[in-house]
Design a protein around this ligand. Structure first.
Ligand code: PEP
Length: 255
């Protein structure tokens, strides 16, 4: 395995935070802090209504703005949903799919995650696909089986060519927003297991080229150790992506 072959991506997940005005102020604050840090791609995934303001503030910088979800149909009677076509017309290139909060609170299943992944890829977007085990599964020793199953189901029907636009975020659910972090060894081991599944499905070349992030209470203090691991190619960051200096420290750790 060769980590140097993969692009490191540091992505913030703002969740349900930041109004358009707050996002503008935040991007204006963080923009100079991450400028010229070419060792990683920098992305913030924003609530739908905040995307345009964040994009405007990020113009001319190395920051890309993504969405936090996307529906799998192009249009129709799906009140409250937003399609990939709507996002791409707004210039959105990245989208988080399958976040554990969507799975936990909004009934997302591997089947709907897979449909969303395929719709986003068909529209030309880059997907940040989230998966990971809950606490009981880790304690039962079935983490490998869980992430393997999720990887296979969520990527069913996705081609090797399309995998160039798939980033996987390994997010142990017990570590998200809890202040608990997987140890660097746990993160590396499970990201490595996901990479093995990718090798099974797509072959070594695709597996080696796929960016696999870690997410789950990554912050300014623990990022360097996590990002140093062979199989950890970046981070999906919730809480710490709302504080410019903390996010800057994570970006610095990725250089
Ligand atoms: C996330 O929202 O994907 C996440 C990892 O959150 P936090 O960093 O707050 O745990």
């Amino acid at each position: 395995m060769n980590k140097a072959k993969r692009r490191v991506v540091i992505a913030g997940n703002w969740k349900m935070n930041f109004t358009p005005a707050e996002a503008t102020a935040f991007i204006n604050e963080v923009k100079p802090l991450v400028a010229g840090k070419s060792g990683c791609d920098v992305v913030f995934c924003a609530p739908y209504v905040t995307i345009a303001a964040a994009q405007k503030a990020a113009e001319g910088s190395n920051i890309s703005i993504g969405a936090e979800n996307v529906h799998f149909e192009d249009h129709g009677a799906f009140t409250g949903e937003v399609s990939a076509k709507m996002l791409t017309e707004c210039g959105v290139k990245y989208v988080i799919i399958g976040h554990s909060e969507r799975r936990q609170y909004f009934g997302e299943t591997d089947t709907t995650v897979n449909l969303r992944v395929k719709a986003a890829l068909a529209a030309g977007m880059t997907v940040i696909l989230c998966l990971g085990e809950v606490k009981e599964q880790r304690l039962s020793g079935i983490t490998r089986e869980i992430v393997s199953m999720q990887t296979k189901l969520d990527l069913a029907g996705v081609s090797a060519e399309e995998m160039k636009r798939v980033i996987i975020a390994y997010e142990p659910v017990w570590a998200i927003g809890t202040g608990l972090t997987a140890t660097p060894e746990q993160a590396d081991e499970t990201c490595g297991q996901i990479r093995e599944v990718l090798a099974e499905i797509y072959g070594e070349e695709v597996a080696e080229a796929t960016t696999i992030q870690y997410g789950g209470s990554m912050n300014d203090k623990n990022a360097a150790e996590l990002l140093a691991k062979e199989n950890v190619d970046g981070g999906l960051i919730g809480g710490a992506s709302l504080v410019a200096t903390k996010f800057e420290a994570i970006v610095n750790a990725a250089q």
